[in-house]
Ligand binder design. Structure first.
Ligand code: F3S
Length: 399
């Protein structure tokens, strides 16, 4: 692999033992993928934050690294397992919550921002088109590649962290323009009625394309919130890191201009494909005792929608809206937090509903509007799922 002088110096230990170790591991990774060089990155986003997923071994790794080096770029974390400011109110155990605080403090000791969110692009970590980044949350990778046109591979938590420390990532995969062309075309003849239709489309087509790059022709202009839900679903039932939508996403023209585009396999998606997927993602017909929104983390417009729906009502089951601390603060300024709390709901910050230990609480059925959450909650949390629109879920749990 060809290195610049600065990269070679880092590798040779001129900038310390920690950076040398990071370079060595990243170069080994690059060799696996036949990368010819490294590429400078402008930001990183690191998964592997919840104590439920990384445990004590992950905590030790972060603390050891923190003794040797620091990150050199804007670096945010994926959501944690609990809201570390409100874990008692939500019913999480002290033991888990303290471990969670230790992990976040470990990352802070390396210079990582303690912002824990799967939507970093909503809170200031928003690269420009063609910028190279190293992000690891699968839904965020899908969004940054597809909706923004920046370039990231689907990093693991450790490789994103090492990239943040040396400011470089191996140049392969989605970083190379030619690799960003579409692999399969989906003609979608469907009148989208609700956000859950986009999640169902993503879940259904993700199973077909796996890690390939789908190109969609839709009858609809898609909102940013729905791009978020579509990409999260594509990345969970498959391993999609980049998709294109004709007339919507920034690289769709490029993706369709190559000579081979006309030879790609074309799949027609019928209404029944989407409707059957919605049915399949429901594991029970019982009412939810917890409705959990914000997978990926909610935007301010999604929180406004919930506030409008529950204004003046009383909830008879729990409602959590997961988002970043920054969006929660904005919700408070806009008055949405007061409306939601008056109805009995909560805005839970910097937490992921899937990697939170919700199975230790007394819930049996979670209502979600995210196909990604519906996919993971039964296996990760051992709970039943109702997959439905925000409006219907709020109606189900309102008096
Ligand atoms: Fe975010 Fe967790 Fe969903 S990381 S995308 S809330 S599964």
């Amino acid at each position: 692999m060809q290195l610049t002088k600065y990269e070679q110096d880092m590798y040779d230990g001129e900038y310390g033992e920690g950076k040398a170790e990071c370079m060595e591991i990243l170069m080994s990774l690059g060799k696996i993928y036949d990368a010819e060089c490294m590429v400078p990155i402008t930001s990183a986003q690191v998964s592997g934050v919840s104590y439920k997923t990384i445990g004590d071994a992950g905590l030790d790794f972060v603390v050891d690294l923190g003794k040797k080096c620091d990150v050199m770029l804007e670096t945010m974390l994926n959501p944690a397992g609990v809201d570390i400011e409100n874990w008692q109110e939500l019913g999480f155990s002290e033991e888990f919550s303290k471990k969670q605080v230790d992990i976040i403090e470990g990352y802070e000791s390396i210079g990582v921002m303690s912002t824990c969110t799967c939507t970093p692009y909503l809170v200031g970590n928003s690269p420009l088109i063609n910028e190279h980044v190293a992000w690891s949350e699968s839904s965020a990778v899908c969004y940054v590649n597809s909706a923004i046109g920046a370039r990231s591979n689907r990093e693991g938590g450790p490789s994103a962290l090492l990239a943040a420390i040396v400011g470089r990532t191996p140049y392969y995969g989605n970083h190379i323009l030619e690799n960003r062309q579409a692999d399969m075309i989906f003609n979608v003849d469907y009148d989208f009625k609700d956000s859950i239709d986009y999640g169902a489309l993503g879940y259904f087509t993700g199973q077909i394309v796996n890690d390939k790059k789908p190109y969609f022709r839709l009858n609809d202009k898609v909102s940013r919130n729905n791009l978020k839900l579509l990409g999260a679903a594509l990345a969970s039932s498959g391993a999609v890191s980049l998709y294109h939508i004709e007339g919507v996403t920034p690289e769709a023209d490029y993706a369709s201009c190559c000579d081979s585009f006309g030879e790609l396999e074309v799949v027609d998606i019928e209404a029944s494909d989407i409707e059957d997927t919605i049915l399949k993602l429901n594991t029970t017909d019982k009412m939810p005792d917890l409705v959990c929104l914000g997978c990926p983390h909610a935007s301010i417009s999604e929180i406004k929608e919930v506030a409008n729906l529950i204004s003046g009502r009383k909830l008879k089951a729990d409602l959590w809206i997961c988002t970043s601390k920054a969006i929660k603060a904005m919700s408070e300024q806009c008055g949405y937090l007061d409306i939601i709390e008056a109805a009995g709901g909560k805005i839970v910050s910097d937490t992921c509903m899937v990697v939170a230990p919700v199975e230790d609480l007394s819930y049996e059925v979670i209502g979600v509007n995210s196909a990604k959450a519906a996919n993971y909650v039964p296996s990760m949390c051992k709970l039943d799922v109702v997959y439905d629109s925000v409006e219907n879920l709020i109606d189900m749990i309102s008096e």
